[in-house]
Design a protein around this ligand. Structure first.
Ligand code: CO
Length: 138
């Protein structure tokens, strides 16, 4: 298992990039809009992991809701796992709350699921399955 990315909720990508890119000096590898999640994402590689700056594109985006409750800050950490379904089965059996209840497909065809913060010491944890293509490329 390794750290895939850290998701940071920001009010404005432009403002956040003034710090992370222009001042801190991180590189922006890409910008993506996830229409289904109503989020615009900036991907900033950081060693073997990356930061994902998350900006809401609508009032009812989970990121807008997070910021209205808690302000800007770390939204989730994502761990890369193999065999996501096996992990979810074990976690569910241990009483861990899984959101939205089963795995789903995200950008790039990656399968993922979230573990509720109440099960993870207050941290929203995303599990991302290692893509078969990525494994072959190594
Ligand atoms: Co994520």
């Amino acid at each position: 298992m390794k750290l895939e990315h850290i998701g940071i909720a920001v009010r404005s990508l432009d403002q956040a990039l003034k710090f992370y890119r222009d001042t801190l000096g991180l590189r922006v590898a890409g910008l993506e809009t996830l229409a289904g999640e109503k989020v615009r994402v900036a991907l900033l590689p950081l060693g073997e992991t990356r930061l994902e700056l998350l900006e809401a594109t609508a009032e009812d985006s989970v990121i807008a809701e997070f910021i209205s409750k808690r302000g800007e800050g770390i939204h989730h950490i994502a761990l890369q796992v193999e065999q996501l379904d096996r992990h979810l089965k074990t976690l569910a059996a241990a009483g861990v709350r899984i959101l939205p209840g089963k795995s789903q497909y995200g950008a790039g065809g990656h399968r993922y699921a979230f573990l509720h913060p109440s099960s993870c010491g207050g941290v929203l944890v995303e599990l991302v399955e290692t893509a078969p293509a990525a494994k072959e490329a190594k």
